[in-house]
Design a protein around this ligand. Structure first.
Ligand SMILES: [Zn+2]
Length: 80
C-alpha cells in the first residue's frame, strides 16, 4: 500500500453522495441544522471555521456527511 492519506480532500464517493442529499437550514451565526438523514443534526463552526457536528460519526471520525454538506453549501455547491 502507498502513503496513507486521510486529508479532507480524500472524501469517499458515498459520503459525498450522502452529503449532497442533505438539506441545510441556517440556525444561528456559524450554526446549521442538517436534515435529510435519519434525524436532524446540528453542525457548528468556531471563529476559525473549524467545523463540528453532534452526530456519533463525527465523534468517532472527526468528520461526517453533515459537516461536508455544510461545507459544500457554503461553497455554493447545490444538487438541485
Ligand atoms: Zn454529523
Amino acid at each position: 500500500m502507498g502513503i496513507k492519506d486521510e486529508g479532507i480532500n480524500k472524501i469517499s464517493p458515498h459520503v459525498m453522495k450522502k452529503a449532497l442529499t442533505l438539506r441545510i437550514v441556517k440556525a444561528e451565526k456559524r450554526e446549521w441544522w442538517v436534515s435529510g438523514g435519519t434525524e436532524p443534526h446540528l453542525v457548528w463552526a468556531d471563529i476559525s471555521y473549524e467545523f463540528a457536528c453532534d452526530c456519533v460519526g463525527f465523534m468517532m471520525r472527526k468528520s461526517c456527511s453533515h459537516v461536508l454538506a455544510v461545507k459544500l453549501h457554503l461553497e455554493g455547491v447545490e444538487n438541485e
